[in-house]
Design a protein. Sequence first.
Length: 169
Amino acid sequence: ETQGNEKMVELILTRAIDSLAANGVTPDRDMWLKQAEEAEKTGFIKTCQAIIKVTIKVGVDEDVKGMKQNWIQDADAAINRNSIECARALYNNAVIHLKNKKGLWLRLAELETKYGTSESLDNVLQRAVTYCPHAEILWLMAAKQKWLRGDVASARRILAEAFSHSKES
């Protein structure tokens, strides 16, 4: 990343982890999270994101509930240590693995509300309603964000689409 080759960061990390595993070395989850936070604090955001992406399942429970809890705890701890990019990467990768978990989408949307941009929040909410089309709260959040920015037509369009997914609401 320091040499402007951001696309190679993930590949290099994947190879490094494979090499460590081949030699019987398996650093634990906390070590990887500390490395990701250090990368964030020194301004290497792509490295931070790549570390989390390639180690997201290291040391987590195999069941869905356990994975979700591990990732929420890790993200909350990162936020408490002011490692917002780490938390963002944790949630973004968690929703890749557990696409239909409304709670993860809500937490990611909350993070973007507090620390992101209106565009990043819109992106999260758009993805959220795609994977959780029956989660009324996500549709309402998406519509409210448009309405708060004065885009009433988009808010109405979102609500109409929400209604088409959940007619009994």
